[in-house]
Design a protein around this ligand. Structure first.
Ligand code: COA
Length: 188
């Protein structure tokens, strides 16, 4: 079954093959975070590529950055919020990504929401996203900035809409083609 775990070196191979699927599909990879952050004053940024992530040491550096991003004192882009990055796995195989953003910035309030996710194209329609979101609602409890999380999807994204509504998402409104839902977090 789907487990939601902190990024780990043991998932390197399947993370990379999944990355090939995402790159080939040209879809946005929600909930996985960027591979490149340009440096800013006071922030060194980072830069990974599909090729560089094949190197176990670089992949370890990538995993460490992803795991650290949840900490309030982690270096990050100006005005960005701490993020808990999680990977959906079956056994040791990576099947998708999920990000829990701890606080809503102005932009996240409009369209990105607290939680983003994506499932690798070859692992879809098996309930991974639905189960992962259910688990994320527990993990987000007491971590995000309120009793409920905002989860959003494009109007035309029927899959994501089903995932959100299946997890009890309460529709608030649509803004610029983005459907906005609130879901209470759940105590463990
Ligand atoms: C949206 C996405 C995360 C769904 O992941 P998934 O693991 O396939 O979702 P699930 O298997 O949990 O599906 C949940 C429900 O949505 C339905 N569904 C999923 N994809 C669908 C699609 N493309 N069309 C119609 N229904 C779909 C499923 O049938 C299921 O409904 P059911 O329980 O009534 O059978 C995945 O398609 C994806 O990664 N898309 C690209 C990135 C993205 O859109 N992320 C979300 C941004 S808001």
């Amino acid at each position: 079954m789907t487990r939601l775990v902190a990024p780990h070196l043991r998932h390197q191979e399947s993370y990379l093959t999944a990355s090939d699927e995402f790159l080939a599909s040209r879809e946005q990879r929600d909930g996985d975070g960027d591979w490149v952050h340009e440096p800013e004053p006071g922030y060194a940024g980072f830069s990974f590529t599909r090729e560089s992530l094949r190197d176990p040491e670089e992949f370890a550096r990538f995993v460490a950055l992803r795991r650290r991003a949840r900490d309030d004192d982690a270096p990050r882009r100006h005005a960005w919020t701490p993020v808990t990055f999680l990977w959906m796995v079956v056994g040791d195989e990576y099947v998708g990504s999920m990000a829990i953003r701890h606080r809503l910035t102005d932009r996240l309030l409009e369209e990105g929401g607290h939680i983003g996710y994506s499932v690798r194209p070859t692992a879809r329609r098996r309930g991974h996203a639905s189960r992962a979101l259910a688990r994320a609602l527990v993990l987000a409890h007491g971590v995000v900035d309120g009793p409920s999380v905002l989860v959003t999807c494009l109007e035309e994204n029927v899959g994501s809409r089903a995932v959100i509504e299946g997890n009890g998402g309460e529709y608030e409104d649509s803004r610029n083609g983005v459907r906005r839902y609130w879901i209470p977090t759940r105590p463990a």
